[in-house]
Design a protein around this ligand. Structure first.
Ligand SMILES: Nc1ncnc2c1ncn2[C@@H]1O[C@H](COP(=O)(O)OP(=O)(O)OP(=O)(O)O)[C@@H](O)[C@H]1O
Length: 223
């Protein structure tokens, strides 16, 4: 499980995250919502180990982030807001490139299957010819090459059509429920968040999301 205790992040005098404490269990999808600038990406970056917190403790499978950062990284799949793939290369070339960087080895057939699981069937197509939704699917497939137990997704469905969003949603649900992944996921689409997530964390000063979610039957944790 992922355990966060009293997490704080300040940028100089600006307090972005203040005393966040929560746990994510295997098999759970936890939604992270809040107004623009609330600190969602900051939190995901800290959990992904690409940014340091100001204070607090984080552990994954009972290993401390402070003490075991290298081992912890092996269990994390992170899809940042900005798509990071090679535009001139094909889907296949991208998957093979990132597989070579991965600590876990996969055959080409396994890599192609990862894409097909998300209905991404353009193996030989250059990325520049893919739609935005397909690029997001490829980015997600890349983050799964090393079979991470914790998936951190920053708006994985932003700007893509409903069909692709539904496909990504179904895929994530299957990853959590069948493969016991922990998924922490941000989106500004409240229908998607309430449909997909088991629990929801709201962060930020604006009470809008907290009040909106109080009308649903979801468990909500607010900071
Ligand atoms: N490296 C940095 N240096 C200084 N301030 C930063 C830095 N990174 C983020 N911030 C500030 O921290 C706050 C939180 O930003 P963050 O991107 O985490 O918000 P967010 O909730 O993800 O917003 P959005 O919904 O717009 O993506 C913002 O005010 C932002 O300007």
């Amino acid at each position: 499980m992922l355990k966060v205790e009293d997490l704080q992040k300040h940028f100089k005098r600006k307090h972005v995250l203040d005393q966040l404490s929560f746990t994510v269990y295997p098999g759970e999808i936890v939604g992270l919502v809040g107004e623009n600038g609330a600190g969602k990406s900051t939190l995901l970056q800290i959990l992904a180990t690409t940014m340091k917190s100001t204070a607090g403790e984080i552990s994954l499978y009972d290993s401390s982030y402070h003490k075991h950062i290298k081992q912890i990284r092996q269990h994390i799949g992170f899809v940042p807001q900005d798509i990071a793939i090679w535009e001139q290369q094909t889907v296949e070339e991208n998957m093979v490139f990132f597989e070579k960087l991965s600590w876990k080895k996969k055959t080409k057939a396994q890599l192609e299957q990862l894409c097909l699981d998300m209905n991404l069937d353009r193996w030989k197509t250059p990325v520049k010819n893919l739609s935005g939704g397909m690029k997001r699917k490829l980015n997600l497939a890349i983050s799964l090459i090393h079979d991470p137990g914790l998936l951190l997704l920053d708006e994985p469905t932003a700007g893509i059509d409903l069909k692709s969003r539904k496909e990504i949603g179904a895929y994530l649900r299957n990853q959590a429920k069948t493969h016991q992944k922990m998924i922490l996921y941000t989106s500004h689409d409240m229908d998607e968040i309430t449909a997909l997530c088991d629990r929801i964390i709201t962060i930020g000063k604006d009470p809008f999301y907290k009040e909106l979610l109080a009308r649903t039957n979801k468990e909500v944790l607010s900071f």
